[in-house]
Design a protein around this ligand. Structure first.
Ligand SMILES: Nc1nc2c(c(=O)[nH]1)N[C@H]1C(S)=C(S)[C@@H](COP(=O)(O)OP(=O)(O)OC[C@H]3O[C@@H](n4cnc5c(=O)[nH]c(N)nc54)[C@H](O)[C@@H]3O)O[C@H]1N2
Ligand SMILES: Nc1nc2c(c(=O)[nH]1)N[C@H]1C(S)=C(S)[C@@H](COP(=O)(O)OP(=O)(O)OC[C@H]3O[C@@H](n4cnc5c(=O)[nH]c(N)nc54)[C@H](O)[C@@H]3O)O[C@H]1N2
Ligand code: SF4
Ligand SMILES: [Mo]
Length: 746
């Protein structure tokens, strides 16, 4: 591949968000000189956004780390060679592996879910460290949804998807895809899809405390009080139960507990829940009838329903609503994808499946594991609480817990207290400033891209791969190489060649793939030829996956080579019915009323009281942002982007006017913000964006630090206010007081 200064254009799937848009990237030498949407991409068909089109600026950001950094005796950082950096890690890390097993934790952040390196090689590092102290944003993001679906369908990842392109009624709860571009659903160009849905006579309903951009384009907006989705859904289900609107003829035969479920819901008639939800009885009834009477209907829930007090209940009821109205596993309803590289919902069950929840618990607070990780609210206390088993060392990969986890103050204290810390990251930011060694990822365009995880969320079965556009330069290491070298150090074999380690990983993957494909491992190994690294592992997964060639057995079957020859993707068509084969529950059936979930209903019932008149803080996303990390490369155009939005009545009640500077106080901290009066919020609700607060010493993010913004997560409690089943923090619906700053000082 050429790396000279000639210009050329290549395909690249955008790695920034779950839309996975196909882009055309122009390179001038090693520099990204232009980015355009790819109109021929079979998933995104020309959709993109300012972030994807800004990849050149993101990659070219002068503040981006390109050379390993080592902490100096003075507490600053200096550039170092890779050998020096690994030598330092080898000097310090082994103590926390063999000397004090399990005392090194890992935090892997959002971008790690968007590349093959971490997908395939992070497990090697985790195994080498022998630690159960593993954290990621999943526990602040999706766990309530994962758990609800795990209990209903058997896997936490093979989630149901809203078949948006074929539905007649789409009920969106707690998501604003016109800004976020969607989550746990990969459907690029959501605005166009919603428009098409309405143009074919369908209905879009948005349940959100804010009349968001998505609510603006909907037929109906339900301005719910934060945290009351479970009550609202029970109200809807009670109407369906009493009016006999279920569709037993369309409910799969494997569904158990319909009568019990309807009896449970009957207790929550609309008039009983309306006041707590802050919405009219008529609206609840209208949604129930509209949903149940549509020829195809589906509910889709996301972050607003997860980061709240009753997250698992809400996400369970979303599925129940879809199931009892006869919309599970049918076109236009909730369906399962068939991901090209396979996964939890395609691999055969070889033994009674075990629930990937609560298999072990955290040391300090005895909180349950989910899908191999501990709740992120344990992160700080596991470091700060003395005693055997304390976390003493930390590796972060593509994450910024200092700004993305709750109670930032505790998180930063913990990062400061860690005895040794390595960060694999491209910025010196609020988290990595505490590291002893920072290892930079290589340029994005040196990576091949296929979304192993996100293809579980695609609303159409399309397989895509975009190859690396550049080879690694001499002074660059890929993240999979970094991960394998860290694993080698952790295993006490720092000098082993990465190639040899990679062959070992591939040998295990080959045996597994051969078994899946029903062929000889030798044949599988031969078929992958000279491929190495993530590409080889991907080829193994694709060829043993649902469309695979089973290693030259089915000619025309899927291979990585076939995807390379089709950079716009290969279309395997719309989602198809997969029940019962997709189910991974112990008895292969769907129990509508799992005990673990229904045991939480008394807590919900207790919440059925008239709301007080305090303010609840909720979160909003911004179009140019990506959690904490794009503010440096893509500054926000609007200086008021971090403002606290407040409704006119709530502002008037507190004597506040637009532009006032206010103190926002929660039970853990007080921050200051400027207010903007905004009519899109329901009364009693204020909103701020997350990911800001680029302040404090030692940052190397000049643009972000020049407009640091307010840190939302300083306000969020990591202890008393948690979702009961998963211990997810409650980012949405934080009780706060808002007072004018000058009042405080006079
Ligand atoms: N531009 C941009 N895009 C992003 C990101 C980003 O930071 N910026 N982050 C990415 C990530 S990591 C994720 S996980 C996804 C998330 O994608 P989404 O789930 O779409 O997230 P949000 O846009 O925050 O939408 C959540 C909505 O829930 C509402 N809400 C708050 N509380 C409640 C409640 O109690 N009930 C209900 N029904 N609604 C409530 C909020 O008002 C908000 O409109 O976005 C991704 N895309
Ligand atoms: N209040 C509030 N808090 C929230 C949320 C919210 O809605 N409200 N959302 C939550 C959600 S959904 C999520 S997913 C989390 C996100 O939480 P995190 O994943 O911790 O935060 P990000 O800002 O996504 O962190 C990205 C990090 O990866 C680095 N990075 C970027 N690209 C690469 C790469 O290619 N390789 C490597 N090694 N590093 C890279 C960046 O420099 C940055 O440090 O935040 C959560 N926190
Ligand atoms: S919508 Fe998401 S995937 Fe598409 S260009 Fe924007 S950031 Fe990238
Ligand atoms: Mo997320």
């Amino acid at each position: 591949m050429t790396t000279t200064s000639e210009r050329r254009v290549g395909h690249r799937i955008c790695p920034l968000c779950e839309s996975t848009c196909g882009l055309l990237v122009e390179l001038d030498g090693r520099r990204i000189s232009g980015v355009a949407p790819n109109p021929s991409d079979l998933m995104s068909a020309g959709h993109s956004c300012a972030k994807g089109l800004g990849l050149g600026r993101i990659e070219g950001d002068p503040d981006r780390i390109r050379t390993p950094l080592l902490r100096t005796a003075e507490g600053d950082f200096r550039e170092a060679s890779w050998d020096e950096a690994f030598a330092e890690i080898n000097r310090r890390l082994p103590e926390f592996v063999s000397g004090d097993p399990g005392s090194c934790a890992i935090y892997h952040g959002n971008p790690a879910a968007h590349h093959l390196d971490a997908t395939f090689y992070l497990g090697e590092l985790i195994a080498a460290l022998g630690t159960r102290n593993i954290y990621s944003p999943a526990s602040v993001d999706t766990w309530p949804k994962n758990l609800a679906q795990m209990l209903l369908y058997g896997t936490g990842l093979g989630l149901t998807l809203p078949d948006i392109d074929r539905t007649d009624y789409l009920l969106i709860l707690g998501s604003n895809p016109l800004v976020s571009n969607g989550s746990t659903v990969t459907a690029p160009g959501m605005e166009g899809r919603l428009r098409a849905l309405r143009e074919r006579g369908g209905t879009v309903v948005v349940v959100d405390p804010v009349r968001t951009r998505t609510a603006e384009v909907a037929d109906l907006h339900v301005p719910i009080r934060p945290g009351t989705d479970a009550l609202f859904l029970l109200g809807v289900l009670s109407v369906i139960a009493t009016e006999g609107l279920t569709r037993p003829d369309r409910i799969p035969a494997v569904v158990d507990g319909l009568e019990e479920m309807l009896a449970l819901a009957s207790d929550y008639v609309p008039s009983a829940v309306a006041q707590a939800c802050g919405i009219d009885v008529e609206l609840i009834t209208a949604v129930a009838r509209g949903f149940a009477n549509a020829s195809a209907a589906v509910a889709h829930s996301r972050i607003g329903t997860c980061m709240q007090e009753f997250g698992t209940l809400a996400n369970w009821l979303v599925e129940v609503l879809t199931i009892v109205t006869g919309n599970l596993d049918r076109p236009g309803g909730a369906m399962f994808s068939l991901p090209a590289a396979g996964g939890q919902n395609t691999w055969p069950v070889t033994r009674p499946p075990k629930l990937m929840f609560d298999r072990w618990r955290s040391r300090v607070r005895d909180l349950p594991e989910a899908m191999g990780e501990l709740p992120a609210v344990c992160f700080a206390e596991e470091i700060l609480t003395p005693g055997p088993g304390r976390t003493r060392a930390l590796i972060t990969l593509a994450g910024n817990p200092a700004r993305s986890l709750p109670n930032s103050d505790a998180i930063e204290k913990a990062l400061d207290a860690v005895e040794f810390m390595v960060s694999v990251d491209c910025y010196l930011n609020e988290t990595t400033r505490y590291a002893d060694v920072i290892l930079p990822p290589p340029p994005l365009v040196t990576r091949g891209h296929h979304d192993v995880t996100l293809s579980h969320f695609q609303i159409r079965n399309v397989a895509r791969y975009t190859p690396p556009l550049l080879e690694l330069a001499d002074d660059e290491l890929s993240e999979w190489q970094i991960l394998l070298r860290l694993a080698a150090i952790a295993k006490g074999t720092p000098d082993r060649a990465v190639e040899e380690l990679d062959d070992e990983v591939a040998a295990v993957a080959t045996r597994r793939a051969a078994k899946l494909a029903g062929c000889d491992p030798e044949q599988a190994l031969r078929a992958t030829g000279s491929r190495r690294g993530p590409d080889r592992l991907l080829d193994l997964r694709l060829r043993s996956g649902p469309y695979g060639d089973r290693f030259d057995v089915d000619s025309g079957g899927l291979t990585l080579a076939l995807l390379e020859a089709n950079p716009n993707g290969i279309d395997y068509g719309p989602l198809t019915s997969r029940i019962p084969e997709v189910l991974r529950t112990p008895n292969g059936r769907i129990n509508l009323t799992p005990d673990m979930i229904t045991a939480d209903l008394p807590r919900l019932r207790e919440s059925l009281r008239p709301p007080d008149d305090g303010l609840l803080l909720i979160n909003r996303r911004q179009r140019r942002g990506m959690n904490t990390w794009l503010h440096n490369a893509l500054p926000q155009p609007d200086s008021g982007q971090c403002a606290l939005l407040i409704g006119p009545a709530d502002a008037a009640q507190r004597g506040l006017v637009d532009g006032d500077r206010v103190a926002v106080a929660s039970q853990v901290a007080t921050v200051s913000a400027e207010i903007r009066i905004d009519t899109s919020l329901r009364p009693g609700v204020v909103s701020m964006p997350h990911g800001w607060g680029h302040d404090g010493r030692g940052l190397r993010t000049a643009a972000a630090a020049s407009a640091p913004g307010t840190n939302y997560n300083a306000l969020v409690d990591d202890h008393t206010q948690l979702e009961a089943l998963t211990a997810s923090p409650i980012f949405n619906g934080v009780p706060v007081s808002v007072t004018r700053m000058d009042e405080e000082y006079h």
